[in-house]
Design a protein around this ligand. Structure first.
Ligand code: AMP
Ligand code: MG
Length: 357
């Protein structure tokens, strides 16, 4: 998207916080500047291979508090710590199990987060008071440059307002957080498009607590045995990952998942339209091209689900209240990256309508 806003953009007035958010195009000078901001306790947004992150010095509780404030994130939802080496991971945990080590070696840098027993050096603000810490090594040169130059671990959730779809480009960050954070580093569109896979490695067997960029099958291949996906039952008193109990990825208008064939999907569209509602459709190229609705947005192909992963969040941001009343979205196969796609879509959805078989 280039330098749409010029080098510096004035921050919008906000009831609680207002600052001038700098908009920087990624280059060496920009990461120099951002690393100084991180070291001085400021909060900045930067690209990773998954989504844009909102980072602060993980060893500085006051800096970390600003992340929660800017996003409106509940303080009991822990943050992932971004580092640049395995040695750095070792310095924040009490132990790395053999299974965790295999996963780290196979997938880092990359879209995998491991939850390990914390040795207490990472602030309680980051871990939400848990005795574990989630760490990952991002596979994006801008993120790596920033972590190395800042020379501190960077705590970073996705750089969106809490509850909204995660940002896959700098403009999404700008839309959500302009005036609330020190700077945004524009490194183009992110590659994977969905967050990292979070694997709890503190138990006997690793367990996936959030599906993401690395698939269950890839993890099982490395480990040599099948593993579980933690239950997403939000009624659980103590969810495995606190993030599970919050709303996520909500578009501007209600989203309904349609689980059925093309004729069934079209019948649902027609029914909403007959009630005077403007219907938006979010679907693959294969399905979208044979449907009729008020606004149709194609988000990749079923044939290659990583295209859907890459475009999903951007697609959820396309539909505006002024244009549609409701979004009807396709249900994708849950193989491979499809597991993470459907995890996000199920959370974004208000309802699912199933065709009777
Ligand atoms: P986000 O910051 O939106 O990418 O979300 C990070 C996810 O990782 C959330 O679901 C958190 O609850 C989860 N997470 C981070 N640290 C831990 C931890 N120490 N234990 C369990 N889950 C964690
Ligand atoms: Mg997030």
């Amino acid at each position: 998207m280039g330098n749409l806003f010029g080098k510096v953009v004035k921050g919008k007035k906000d009831l609680f916080m207002s600052m001038q958010t700098e908009f920087l195009i990624w280059d060496e000078q920009a990461t120099d500047q951002l690393s100084k901001y991180i070291r001085s306790g400021e909060v900045v947004a930067f690209p990773t291979e998954t989504v844009y992150g909102l980072g602060a010095d993980a060893t500085n509780p006051e800096a970390v508090k600003k992340i929660f404030l800017a996003k409106g994130r509940p303080s009991d939802n822990p943050l992932i710590v971004h580092v640049s080496s395995i040695e750095q991971i070792e310095s924040y945990v009490t132990e790395i199990s053999p299974a965790a080590r295999r996963l780290i070696q196979a997938f880092m840098p990359g879209p995998l987060t491991v939850v390990l027993p914390s040795n207490g050096k990472i602030s309680d603000q980051v871990t939400a008071g848990l005795d574990t810490v989630g760490v990952r090594i991002p596979d994006h040169p801008a993120a790596q440059e920033l972590i190395q130059k800042a020379n501190v671990p960077i705590a970073a959730p996705s750089a969106n307002l809490s509850g909204k779809p995660s940002p896959t480009s700098a403009i999404h960050v700008f839309q959500d957080l302009n005036g609330k954070i020190k700077a945004i580093l524009d490194g183009g569109t992110t590659g994977v498009g969905l967050e990292s896979t979070v694997v709890d490695c503190t138990g006997e067997k690793p367990e996936i607590i959030r599906p993401g960029g690395v698939t269950q099958m890839e993890i099982e291949e490395v480990l040599g045995y099948p593993i579980e996906l933690a239950t997403e039952d939000v009624s659980e008193v103590q969810p495995k990952s606190p993030g599970m109990k919050y709303t996520h990825y909500q578009p501007d208008v209600p989203l309904i998942l349609i689980d059925g064939d093309q004729a069934f999907f079209q019948a649902q569209i027609d029914e909403y339209r007959s009630n005077g509602e403007k219907v938006g459709v979010l679907a693959s190229e294969e399905l979208a091209t044979i449907l009729n609705a008020d606004l149709i947005h194609i988000c990749g192909t079923v044939e290659n689900l990583s295209t859907v992963a890459g475009q999903l969040y951007q697609s959820l941001r396309v539909f505006k209240k002024t244009e549609v009343d409701i979004i009807l979205a396709e249900v994708f196969p849950t193989e491979g990256i499809g597991q993470a796609i459907m995890n996000r879509l199920n959370k974004a959805a208000n309802q699912i309508i199933k065709q009777e078989k």
